[in-house]
Design a protein around this ligand. Structure first.
Ligand SMILES: Nc1nc2c(ncn2[C@@H]2O[C@H](COP(=O)(O)OP(=O)(O)OP(=O)(O)O)[C@@H](O)[C@H]2O)c(=O)[nH]1
Ligand SMILES: [Mg+2]
Length: 241
């Protein structure tokens, strides 16, 4: 391999390692301080984008004093291939607004939502090839996995299926919410077709498993494919004892 190729690969690996370290630090930070932030409502949300170059610098400032120490903290891990719509879905869930332009996630995004006594951290790890190797590191803290699939991207369905099955092989009980995203597109596969293509029956077993059609566009705000249904489902799932 030419020296420039080696250097490029080395840079990619180092970049990804920095991302992972930063996000693990962030999770540790959240675990350490969980329950010490003020409670809010669906309107009380934050979305942070932490890029690969300076993850530590962008860590949140010191948390506020405790007002609701009894709040229950849960983490939702949002994964899926690059371009599937993870950031769009997150943004929509948190702000109830669709975004017309969104950049690929180079590291990870995190958002916080509070509903009554439930505090949810939603963590998206980018879906590009070099970041997928790190997905399994985030599973152990997750209470629910949301896996977003581009319902139009037929050529990569097999890859999505392989990544999902590999991830869950070691997690037989982790609840799974699969989002059949981009249902607004005319050539989108239906949820039944996707259930088959992703071989979801092999993943059901002991876990709770849901497959929802979604669309993270303005036009779908009040339709059956609205991402807002995901929000309700997550609250229901995570409110269980
Ligand atoms: N038509 C349509 N486009 C969507 C939908 N959701 C996302 N998109 C578009 O798909 C592209 C990728 O969306 P992202 O949200 O960045 O995808 P991602 O899964 O976060 O990708 P990575 O961060 O690279 O892993 C963007 O151009 C979005 O505007 C949807 O429901 N319908
Ligand atoms: Mg993204």
């Amino acid at each position: 391999m030419a020296p420039t190729g080696v250097l490029r690969n080395l840079t990619l690996v180092l970049g990804a390692a920095v991302v992972v370290l930063g996000s693990l630090l962030f999770i540790a930070w959240k675990l350490y301080f969980r329950g010490t932030e003020p409670a809010g409502t669906w309107d009380g949300w934050e979305l942070r984008e932490l890029q690969e170059r300076d993850p530590a610098v962008r860590l949140p400032s010191s948390p506020a004093l405790s007002c609701c120490p009894q709040a229950v903290w849960k983490q939702v891990l949002v994964l899926g291939l690059d371009g599937a719509g993870k950031s769009s879905v997150l943004h929509y869930i948190c702000s109830q607004k669709a975004r017309t332009r969104i950049s690929p996630t180079l590291g990870f995004n995190t958002a916080q939502l509070r509903v009554g006594g439930l505090e949810m951290d939603l963590l998206e790890v980018g879906g590009s090839y070099n970041l997928r190797a790190y997905w399994p590191l985030y599973l152990s803290d997750a209470h629910v996995l949301v896996f977003v699939v581009d319902s139009v991207d037929r050529s990569r369905l097999l890859t999505a299926r392989q990544e999902l099955h590999a991830l869950l092989a070691e997690e037989p009980r982790l609840p799974l919410v699969v989002l059949a995203n981009k249902q607004d597109k005319s050539d989108a596969l239906s949820t039944e077709e996707l259930r088959e293509e992703l071989a979801l029956h092999l993943l059901s077993g002991q876990r709770e498993l849901f497959l929802l059609p979604t669309s993270a566009t303005w036009a779908s705000l009040s339709t059956a494919t609205s991402v807002l249904h995901v929000k309700s489902l997550l609250v229901t799932l995570l409110s269980q004892p």
